[in-house]
Design a protein around this ligand. Structure first.
Ligand code: NDP
Ligand code: 8X3
Length: 262
C-alpha cells in the first residue's frame, strides 16, 4: 500500500476552492493552508477573498468570480497563472439554498438561482478544470452535495433536487474517469451551523436562521473541512466516492403520513 502524501507533497499541490468567502469554503482554505498547499480561492465578494488571503501564509490566487457566469469562469479558470495552472484538487463548494416554501408557493426566481449556482455553476467550473486533470492523469474533484440530495424534507424541493443532481453527476464523472487516476468524491453534510447558509436561505432573516440550530448540536465547517481533506489525503488508489455526514443528534427520521379526518 502506498503512503498518504507527506506535508512536503502538499506544498507542491494546488487546491481550487469555490465559495471560499464564507462558511465551508473558508474552513477548507484554512485546512489546506495548514499543510502548505497553493490555493485558488473564488467567490463574488472580493474584500472577503482579500481578507482571507491575508490570513494565509501560502501562495494564494484570489479570483472574484460568479460561478454562473460561464465566460468569466472560462476566462479566469481556463487561463490560470502558470504557478497555479495545474489544479490537483477542485472543491466545488459554491452553492446555496433559497427559501423553504412548499413547491406551489416557492419563488421560481429562487429555484432558478439554485439550479444556476449549485448545478450549472458546478458544471461550468468542472468542465473548465477537468481537461487539464485528464491531460496530467492526476487530480481529485470534491463536490459538496448535501443530505438534502438523498432525503426529502418539506420545503427542500429544488435545493434537494440540485444536490441529487450533483450526487449523480459525481457518479457519472467517476464512470467517465474510470480509466484515469482522477478521483471524484461527493461530500454530503447534514445540519451544519457556523456558515451563512441559513441566513442566505431565509434572505437575511437572522432570527429565523438562528432557530434552525437552536438547541441542537450541529456539525461545524471545520468538521466538513476535515472530511474533505481526509478524502484527498488518502493514497492515490483510494477513492472515497461519497461521504454522508451528520451530527450525532440528526438522523433520517421516517416517511410522512397524512391522516385525513373521517
Ligand atoms: P455559505 O453561505 O456560508 O457559503 C456559500 C459560499 O458560496 C460563499 O462563499 C458564497 O460566496 C459562495 N457562492 C454562492 N453563490 C455563488 C456564486 N454564484 N458564485 C460564486 N460563489 C458563490 O454556505 P455554506 O458554507 O454552508 O455552504 C457551502 C456549500 O455547502 C453549499 O454548496 C451548500 O449547499 C453546502 N451545504 C451546506 C450545509 C449547511 O448546513 N451549511 C449542509 C450541506 C451542504 P459569495 O457570496 O462571496 O459569492
Ligand atoms: C444543507 C442541509 O438539511 O438544510 O444542505 O438541507 S439541509
Amino acid at each position: 500500500m502506498s503512503s498518504p502524501p507527506s506535508l512536503l507533497d502538499w506544498k507542491n499541490r494546488t487546491v481550487l476552492i469555490t465559495g471560499a468567502t464564507a462558511g465551508f469554503g473558508t474552513a477548507f482554505a484554512h485546512r489546506y493552508a495548514a499543510v502548505g498547499a497553493r490555493l485558488i480561492l473564488c467567490g463574488r465578494r472580493t474584500e472577503r477573498l482579500e481578507a482571507l488571503a491575508a490570513q494565509l501564509s501560502v501562495p494564494v490566487h484570489a479570483v472574484t468570480l460568479d460561478v454562473r457566469d460561464r465566460p468569466a469562469v472560462e476566462t479566469a479558470l481556463g487561463n490560470l497563472p502558470a504557478a497555479f495552472a495545474d489544479v490537483d484538487v477542485l472543491v466545488n463548494n459554491a452553492g446555496l439554498a433559497l427559501g423553504l416554501e412548499p413547491a406551489s408557493k416557492a419563488s421560481l426566481d429562487d429555484w432558478e438561482i439554485m439550479v444556476d449556482t449549485n448545478l450549472k455553476g458546478l458544471m461550468i467550473v468542472t468542465r473548465t478544470i477537468l481537461p487539464g486533470m485528464v491531460a496530467r492523469d492526476r487530480g481529485h474533484i470534491v463536490n459538496i452535495g448535501s443530505v438534502a440530495g438523498t432525503y426529502p424534507y418539506p420545503g427542500g424541493n429544488m435545493y434537494g433536487a440540485t444536490k441529487a443532481a450533483v450526487a449523480q453527476f459525481s457518479r457519472n464523472l467517476a464512470a467517465d474517469l474510470v480509466n484515469t487516476a482522477i478521483r471524484v468524491t461527493n461530500i454530503e453534510p447534514g445540519l451544519c451551523s457556523g456558515s451563512e447558509f441559513s441566513q442566505v436561505r431565509f434572505h437575511g432573516d437572522e432570527d429565523r436562521a438562528a432557530k434552525v440550530y437552536e438547541g441542537a448540536v450541529s456539525l461545524t465547517p471545520d468538521d466538513v473541512a476535515e472530511a474533505v481533506f481526509w478524502t484527498t489525503a488518502l493514497p492515490r488508489h483510494v477513492n472515497i466516492t461519497r461521504v454522508e455526514m451528520m451530527p450525532v443528534g440528526q438522523a433520517p427520521a421516517g416517511l410522512a403520513v397524512h391522516r385525513p379526518k373521517v
